[in-house]
Design a protein around this ligand. Structure first.
Ligand code: HMG
Ligand code: MG
Length: 315
């Protein structure tokens, strides 16, 4: 397969997965009460996002902040066009996800052995063996599966990760039968040249409409990297976190995902088709930030609704 023409993707709408309720909240030191999580998810559903990663059916010892995901899924009032998805590390997680009526599940591994060991207590090969029955059973139940690959450019423990190691894991996940791959730039350190090398390699193995880009924003390059993935490579599936909340508990020092509102603004300003209301995203994130007791990391949160600031639409 040759590198796709970016234009193909650029004429298609962006599909945004809001990962704040999972990736955002999993790394907060303060546990956000279940009813606040539910209110956050319901507010996000009204912003126009396509999918919400609403929780994680992982071990509560590994990530206590997600220990109430069963209850969160039970309580949310669902908005029909939105897909409510969740992380599942193993068959036990899948059973919980199916019981909670998650509409899509995500298995997760990495391109770095050390990160995989710390995150899910397995080698990469062990993790893939663990996913085999998960993918088979999810698909038999009509639930689509995303396969995350973390540390696609840098690992907090092993440093730079060459694209061929990512491609190896990507191909093995495709062989298992996942519907979509998400490339996790876990520590937010990559720059556009790294993303180009990665996507040149990855897109030889699957079409851009099956490849999601999930980046963290530690060094402030999340928007730039996402624009490269969209404009030059035609990707249309992007993850972001309202307010830029979050990070991974097993990636010390890494910040939250690129902020949804900043990414939506950048896409709109660059001519992409995207139907998310960035001002509403800021409002949803502000309510959570107030409870968590810290300010938001996003740029737009410093503009939207502040005294004297112009509305974003008129900037
Ligand atoms: P383990 O200790 O090897 O597994 O953990 P285990 O099978 O021995 O189980 C240990 C305990 O967990 C047992 O309880 C199990 O019952 C329980 P105990 O007997 O000690 O009381 N357990 C579970 N409980 C509820 N639901 C389950 C479940 N599974 C086991 N599904 C395991 C292995 C994978 C389970 C664990 O390490 C884990 O849950 N890890 C999750 C780590 C995590 O969630 N990390 C953050 C998400 S990944 C991320 O943020 C990156 C991403 O955003 C992309 C990017 O940015 O790159 C996706
Ligand atoms: Mg992440």
């Amino acid at each position: 397969m040759t590198k796709p023409q970016g234009q193909d993707g650029r004429s298609k709408p962006i599909r945004l997965t809001e990962v704040g309720p999972r990736d955002g909240l999993q790394n907060e030191s303060r546990f956000l009460p279940t009813k606040s999580k539910v209110a956050f998810i319901e507010a996000l559903a009204a912003t126009g996002v396509d999918e919400i990663e609403a929780g994680a059916f992982v071990s509560p010892k590994a990530v206590p902040q997600m220990s109430d995901s069963d209850e969160v899924f039970r309580l949310i009032r669902r908005a029909a066009p939105v897909v409510y998805s969740a992380l599942v590390p193993n068959e036990r997680g899948l059973e919980r996800a199916l019981a909670a009526c998650a509409q899509k599940v995500a298995v997760f591994t990495a391109a770095s052995e050390t990160f995989t060991r710390k995150n899910i207590d397995a080698t990469i090969s062990e993790s893939l063996r663990r996913f085999e029955p998960v993918v088979t059973r999810a698909r038999a139940a009509g639930v689509p599966v995303r396969g995350y690959i973390s540390t696609v450019a840098f690992c907090p423990y092993e440093g730079r990760i060459p694209p061929d190691r990512v491609v190896d894991v990507l191909q093995r996940l495709l062989d298992l039968g996942v519907d979509e791959i998400a490339l996790g730039e876990t520590i937010g350190r990559a720059a556009p040249p790294d993303i180009r090398r990665l996507l040149d390699a990855a897109l030889a193995h699957l079409a851009p409409d099956r490849l999601a880009f999930h980046c963290h924003d530690t060094y402030g390059l999340g928007v730039a990297n996402s624009l490269v993935a969209w404009h030059e490579y035609g990707l249309t599936l992007f993850d972001a976190s309202a307010g830029g909340l979050g990070g991974c508990p097993y990636a010390p020092g890494a910040s939250g995902n690129v902020a949804t509102e900043d990414l939506v603004y950048a896409f709109k300003a660059s001519g992409a088709i995207i139907n998310v209301n960035e001002a509403q995203v800021v409002e949803a994130a502000r309510a959570v930030a107030q409870e968590l007791g810290h300010p938001l990391a996003s740029r737009l949160s410093q503009v939207v609704g502040q005294a004297g600031a112009k509305p974003v639409s008129s900037l």
